[in-house]
Design a protein around this ligand. Structure first.
Ligand SMILES: NC(=O)c1ccc[n+]([C@@H]2O[C@H](COP(=O)([O-])OP(=O)(O)OC[C@H]3O[C@@H](n4cnc5c(N)ncnc54)[C@H](OP(=O)(O)O)[C@@H]3O)[C@@H](O)[C@H]2O)c1
Length: 339
C-alpha cells in the first residue's frame, strides 16, 4: 500500500508517498481501506511548528478519514467487511474526562495518521458511516465538525433564539454556521473578503462583518449588530490576536469557546477585559467518541451537507496541503484516497 510521510518534518514541500506493509488486524482490530481524508489546519500547523502539543516527527499525517472495513480480527463484533466507517479523532477518549496521555494518542502528532491506503485500528477507533453520507463528506466530520458540535453543545447549549459569532470561513467555522442555523440560532460571521461574505450569506449567516475593513469587529458586533447586548457564544478559532475582540463581542454570561490559533501575533490578554466580560471561557479539544456519534446522528437528522471546497486526488496530496495553507478555501479540503 502507499502511505504519505513528510521526509523533512519542518517542510510542507517534503510530503512523499512510499510503499509500506498494510498490516493485519489482530484481536479487536479492523483493517480499513481508506477512501477519503480531510485536512485540518492542525495538519499544517504540526509541520510549521505552530501546534499546541508535541509531535513525533515522520508520522503519517491526518486525523480524519472515511473508508470501508476490509478485514476484521478475532473477537470483533462491531463491524464486518464491507461496513463504511469514519475515524474518531481521539481513539481512546470514549466519554467523560479525557484519559491521561490523550494528547499524544492522536493521529499525525502522536501516532501514525490516515493519509494511507489501508490502516489497522481498534474497532473502537471508528464509528459507522451511513449510506447517504459519501466517503468525501464523511471524512470531514471527525475533527472540524465534532469541534463545532462540542463548541455549540456545552453546558449552555445553543438553541433557537441564541446568537452565535463565528470567525472566518475555515472548516470548524463553516460547520458551526451550519449547526447553529439548523437549531434556529442567529449567526454573525466575520471574514476577510466580499466573495467569502457572499458564501457565508448563502449558507445562512444573518450578518457578516469584514474584519479587514472593521478592525474593532468585536466591539462592532456587540454595539452595532446586537444593539449593545453581545452574542451568546463565540466560536473562537483565531486565537491570540482575536481573543480580545471576541471578549468584546460576547454578552455577560455568554461563552467564548477557545478552539484555534490561526493568528500569529500574540499581544497577550488584558486581564480586566477578560474579567469585565463576565463570560465563560471554555477551552475544548475536539470532543470524545460520544460527541462524534451524536454529531453524525444530528447531521443525518437535519439533512445537512458538509461544505467541501475542493477534492484532490491521492497523487495530489501535496497540492492539497498547499491549498489549505493558502487559506482561500471555504469549508473543507478533501483528498480522495486510493488508486
Ligand atoms: N481545539 C480544538 O478542538 C480544535 C479542533 C479543530 C481545529 N482547531 C483549530 O481551530 C483553528 C481552525 O481550524 P480549521 O481547520 O477550521 O482551519 P482552516 O480551515 O484552515 O481555516 C482557515 C480560515 O480561517 C480564517 N483565518 C485565517 N487566518 C486568520 C486570521 N489571522 N484571522 C482571522 N481569521 C483567519 C480564514 O477565513 P477568512 O478568510 O474567511 O477569514 C481562513 O480561510 C485552527 O487553529 C485549528 O488548529 C482546534
Amino acid at each position: 500500500m502507499l502511505a504519505y510521510r513528510f521526509d523533512d518534518p519542518n517542510s510542507l514541500d517534503a510530503l512523499r508517498a512510499r510503499e509500506e506493509p498494510a498490516g493485519e488486524p489482530q484481536r479487536g482490530e479492523v483493517l480499513v481501506r481508506v477512501r477519503a481524508v480531510s485536512l485540518n489546519y492542525r495538519d499544517i500547523a504540526l509541520i510549521l511548528g505552530r501546534y499546541v502539543w508535541d509531535a513525533v516527527p515522520g508520522l503519517i499525517p491526518c486525523s480524519d478519514a472515511a473508508g470501508e472495513i476490509v478485514a476484521v480480527g478475532e473477537g470483533v463484533t462491531a463491524f464486518k467487511p464491507g461496513d463504511r466507517v469514519i475515524s474518531v479523532f481521539h481513539p481512546r477518549w470514549f466519554g467523560g474526562r479525557p484519559p491521561k496521555g490523550v494528547a499524544m494518542q492522536t493521529y499525525g502528532n502522536g501516532v501514525d495518521g490516515w493519509l494511507t491506503e489501508y490502516k489497522v485500528v481498534s474497532q473502537e477507533a471508528v464509528v459507522p458511516l451511513t449510506d447517504e453520507i459519501s466517503f468525501e463528506e464523511g471524512a470531514t466530520l471527525p475533527c472540524a465538525a465534532t469541534t463545532a458540535w462540542t463548541a455549540l453543545s456545552g453546558s449552555a447549549p445553543i438553541r433557537a433564539g441564541s446568537t452565535v459569532l463565528t470567525l472566518g470561513t475555515g472548516g470548524v467555522s463553516i460547520f458551526a454556521v451550519q449547526l447553529a442555523k439548523a437549531v434556529g440560532a442567529t449567526v454573525i460571521s466575520t471574514t476577510s473578503s466580499a466573495a467569502k461574505a457572499a458564501r457565508l450569506r448563502d449558507l445562512g449567516a444573518d450578518e457578516v462583518v469584514n474584519y479587514t475593513e472593521i478592525e474593532a469587529w468585536g466591539r462592532h458586533v456587540r454595539k452595532a449588530v446586537t444593539g449593545g447586548v453581545g452574542v451568546d457564544c463565540v466560536v473562537e478559532v483565531g486565537g491570540p490576536a482575536t481573543i480580545g475582540e471576541s471578549l468584546r463581542a460576547v454578552r455577560p454570561g455568554g461563552e467564548v469557546v477557545l478552539i484555534g490559533f490561526l493568528t500569529e501575533a500574540n499581544p497577550g490578554i488584558d486581564y480586566f477585559l477578560l474579567k469585565g466580560s463576565n463570560a465563560v471561557v471554555r477551552s475544548i479539544g475536539v470532543g470524545d467518541r460520544a460527541a462524534l456519534e451524536d454529531l453524525v446522528r444530528a447531521w443525518r437528522g437535519a439533512e445537512l451537507k458538509p461544505v467541501i471546497d475542493k477534492v484532490f486526488d491521492f497523487d495530489d496530496a501535496a497540492p492539497a496541503f498547499a491549498h489549505l495553507q493558502a487559506a482561500r478555501h471555504v469549508g473543507k479540503v478533501v483528498i480522495r484516497v486510493g488508486r
